[in-house]
Design a protein around this ligand. Structure first.
Ligand code: THU
Length: 163
């Protein structure tokens, strides 16, 4: 038996340490929360994606009375990119959350399904996507790649060769 280890490096910034670009994208993710449809959870999530063209694409969580029919903010935003900007490279995604009912004291870490969905885009565009997660007190956590959020992923290249 061999014991193996995976190390993930990520950056933590105070609000003062953020670049203008990072700070702007975080602000856009907060703006995206305005269109959240979340009457069931009262948990508003916003995602802002920066494309290589400089365009910023927003998405927010969209809930449904039939709960599983809803969709997370990250997937709303990234599928909007896939649908409307299929040839553009996704550089960065900023994610934030808020609630009128309770305090959110930790960064919003994307759910597993969103990580898998975002990984597909990284694979498709053959370039890493950075992730910025907004925490309390202006603190922001940055991951350099979706792979860092989903180590040992399901990623079957052979599926593409099935005819
Ligand atoms: N949600 C997101 O939008 N993104 C995540 O990564 C986690 C959860 C949404 C789904 C649902 O509308 C609400 O947050 C509560 O789970």
């Amino acid at each position: 038996m061999k014991q193996k280890e995976i190390t993930i490096r990520y950056n933590e910034y105070t609000s003062k340490e953020l670049s203008t670009l990072q700070s702007n994208l975080i602000k856009q993710s907060v703006k995206a929360q305005e269109s959240s449809h979340s009457p069931y959870s009262n948990f508003r999530v916003g995602a802002a994606i920066l494309l290589d063209s400089g365009e910023i694409i927003l998405g927010s969580n969209q809930e449904n009375a039939a709960y599983p029919s809803g969709l997370c903010a990250e997937r709303v935003a990234i599928y909007t990119c896939g649908s409307n900007h299929p040839t553009k490279i996704i550089k960065l995604i900023a994610i934030s959350a808020s609630s009128s009912q309770f305090d959110i004291n930790e960064v919003l870490a994307p759910c597993g399904a969103c990580r898998q969905s975002m990984l597909e885009f990284e694979h498709k565009q053959k370039a890493d996507i950075k992730v910025l997660l907004k925490g309390a007190d202006g603190q922001v956590v940055e991951f350099n790649s979706i792979k860092d959020l989903l180590p040992i992923p399901f990623n079957c290249d052979e599926l593409q060769n099935v005819s």
